[in-house]
Design a protein around this ligand. Sequence first.
Ligand code: GZL
Ligand code: ZN
Length: 334
Amino acid sequence: MNKVLAWLGTFFAVIFLAACAADSGDDTAVSPTNIPETEDNIITYEELVVGYSQIGAESEWRTSNTASIKEEAENLGVALIFSDGQQKQENQIKAIRTFIAQQVDVIGVSPVVETGWDSVFQEAKDAGIPIILVDRRADVDEALYATYLGSDFVEEGRNAAKVMADLLEGQGHIVELVGTVGSAPAIDRYAGFREVLAEYPEMQIIASESGDFTRAKGEEVMGDFLRQYGAEIDAVYAHNDDMAIGAIRAIEAYGLKPGEDIKIVSIDAIRDAFQAMIDGKLNATIECNPLLGPQFFDLALKVVNGESVPKWIPSEERVFFPENAAELLPTRKY
Ligand code: GZL
Ligand code: ZN
């Protein structure tokens, strides 16, 4: 009999203790779902989930930009959901909607063109998911994105014109290879170049057409310019190195010497541009830094953790010339 009593006593004692612990509000009584949060809800890179909508793979600049973002996610242990938009805005909008449905912590996007983002950005805001603009701006209300990480494309255009004025000694006929129509870099590089060119009445842009930032299209459009204007052309202003490399091919096919008969100034400062300067076929390239991965994830974590960040973080950029291209080429990371 007393064994039964002893067993019963123990049984009720255990029940009593568990009941005390459970309602003591003591948070050490851990049940499987009650995982202790890090103090005041700060999340770490390992816990961060990022949706990234990339434009495409149209240029060497873009592929280096993608590599920087993917490598940095790997380094930091961030869960990156990456979408390649094949240079179509509707693909980017679809990707952003998917990220919202997946309830990612933050969305990075490089908008292929400036307009058409208001509604999908509003959907992200309504879902409480911050947007970070990377590389290119979108023409939306500032309240619809947390911050913009990218270049001052107008300044790049101004720098290109200053270099061109020196090269042509203030006079000559220029043809222009414009970037993707409607994109922030194309719009701003177009404007910045003309802002400085206004100071040189003897320098005229005699033709301007989009080569969509690609080598193939740059070569095709330059071929058209040469058929139309021939040796009247003194110089090419290309909104990126890929189109400049296409133009070099077209100029050589036409029987003229790029970099000598026709001067060329372009933007990005990719490795192939350094090689073209070493070969005497390109006269200058304005840097536009694609290696934005580290800065992007630093910003993403700050934004998700509610830290305040500036509305625009401009990239640091320089101008490069043939004189030191050979010495610098081995140091270039893209
Ligand atoms: C500029 C970037 C542009 C590059 C091109 O930051 O958006 O797009 O200049 C790229 O090479 O295609
Ligand atoms: Zn830039």
